[in-house]
Design a protein around this ligand. Structure first.
Ligand SMILES: CC(C)(COP(=O)(O)OP(=O)(O)OC[C@H]1O[C@@H](n2cnc3c(N)ncnc32)[C@H](O)[C@@H]1OP(=O)(O)O)[C@@H](O)C(=O)NCCC(=O)NCCS
Length: 402
């Protein structure tokens, strides 16, 4: 039996809906935490599931603009999804996803995106694995670059207030360069990226700006955990975010991070497979790059989503789309000249909507999906033809879990 789902009406409901996921990690949200959430999440975009008047689950969505190949689109950034442990596996999530996706559709957002806590959860609601990212752990004795780097810039520490002015243009350059990046509001920078959490009080995150060619061309946010073993430095440096607007700036900010004294290991995560660091390093194998799924994408409005991105090559392909959860997408779609429209022409690729979400940002090819039995090729060569259109470089990269 489906649960009643509606948007939260006040802070108190918001707190209880958020606590569905919080039950697994923290105490109930404090007033200060609720204040912060309300700066980035509209109350009416936090849905709560009710059983006999009690909140038993919640799911939120940020109002994002997400970069897609060749542009950006309105996107629901799905977040803080949870069911109270007392009510798990009784359909709470399904009820939440139903109401949330109907709401996203009504708002006219053609796509939704999320980070999945576990891989099997969201495919049934039409989300597909749409990008990859990996973590590295680089020891000091394997941190050399393969080619000598001529350093032309100067790194300097900046305060959070300065970072608020200096860092956003670098982030915006990434939005323009790669799919999968969401635009950050000022409130987002303040509450989610530059705020120093209480638990970091004694050893807070550091903000570094790289000045190069008369401007700020790169930045890094990192934390250190200094330690010594038998008198020998054994500290760790954790990169929270490091970005540059061009190859020189990216190389210089990473060289800075790798050379901090007293550090034995530098770790970073969420790096896309085509991140330049892997080829800057002389010993990429020893960085132990470990790949994982990153952003998942759902085409909420197939026609608007397919028409809303650019394509590497002109061409045409006819899809038979299956979408049980959002049946308004079902049927035959022809993509030609960068525009998707309904058609009666014979289908060339039969796809579940989650497979289309996987291919959307250019990280997963239709040939891969065909070989993994996720796409049915009805006409010889159709997958390769679609790939020539959908492929996109650089690969998508979402550097922050939301
Ligand atoms: C993940 C979570 C929200 C699922 O909620 P739920 O209310 O138990 O899910 P439902 O009862 O609606 O299940 C819907 C379907 O998903 C499946 N499912 C749910 N969670 C799953 C999981 N972790 N792994 C595999 N399948 C899962 C169910 O078996 C069910 O399948 P069916 O439709 O074939 O019967 C809940 O387990 C939870 O709060 N987990 C901890 C927090 C979390 O991981 N949140 C997600 C953040 S991205």
């Amino acid at each position: 039996m489906p649960f009643d789902v509606r948007p939260c009406r006040d802070r108190e409901e918001l707190g209880r809906a958020m606590y569905a996921i919080g039950q697994n990690f923290f105490g109930p949200p404090t007033e200060e935490q609720l204040d912060r959430w309300l700066r980035v999440l509209e109350l009416e975009r936090m849905h709560a599931a009710f059983e006999m008047g009690e909140i038993v689950g919640g799911a939120g969505a940020f109002t994002f603009d997400l970069s897609v190949p060749g542009g950006s689109l309105p996107c629901a950034g799905v977040t803080i999804v949870g069911t109270y442990p007392t009510h798990r596996r009784r359909g709470v999530l399904r009820s939440l996803m139903r109401t949330q996706l109907d709401d996203v559709h009504e708002r006219g957002e053609p796509i939704a995106a999320l980070w999945a806590s576990e891989e099997p959860i969201y495919g049934r609601y039409g989300y597909g694995l749409a990008s990859w990212a990996g973590e590295v752990s680089i020891r000091r004795d394997a941190n050399a670059f393969a080619r000598l780097l001529e350093r032309r810039g100067q790194a300097r520490f900046v305060s959070a207030e300065e970072a608020r002015k200096l860092f956003p243009p670098v982030w915006e350059a990434l939005c323009a360069e790669r799919p999968g990046v969401f635009a950050r509001s000022e409130a987002w920078w303040e509450t989610r990226r530059l705020r120093i959490p209480d638990e970091e009080g004694a050893n807070p995150r550091r903000f570094v700006a790289l000045e190069l060619d008369a401007g700020i061309r790169a930045y890094a946010i990192y934390r250190t955990r200094p330690s010594f073993e038998a008198g020998v430095p054994a500290g760790k440096l954790e990169v929270l975010e490091a970005l540059g607007v061009n190859p020189q700036a990216t190389a210089e900010i990473w060289r800075f991070l790798l050379d901090v004294d007293w550090i034995e290991t530098v770790s970073a995560s969420l790096l896309p497979p085509d991140h330049p660091l892997l080829l800057l390093l002389a010993y990429p194998r020893r960085a132990c790059y470990r790949l994982s799924d990153a952003l998942w994408v759902r085409l909420v409005d197939v026609g608007a989503a397919l028409s809303g991105r650019a394509y590497a090559h002109d061409g045409s392909v006819v899809f038979e789309v299956r979408d049980e959860f959002c049946p308004w997408n079902e049927g035959r779609w022809k993509l030609a000249g960068g525009v998707a429209a309904r058609t009666d022409e014979p289908a060339e690729l039969a796809v579940d909507v989650d497979a289309l979400g996987s291919a959307y940002l250019g990280a997963v090819s239709f040939e891969q999906l065909r070989d993994a039995l996720r796409v049915e090729q009805l006409v010889d060569g159709a997958a390769a033809r679609a790939d020539a259109m959908f492929a996109w470089r650089p690969l998508p990269w979402c550097p922050e879990i939301f």
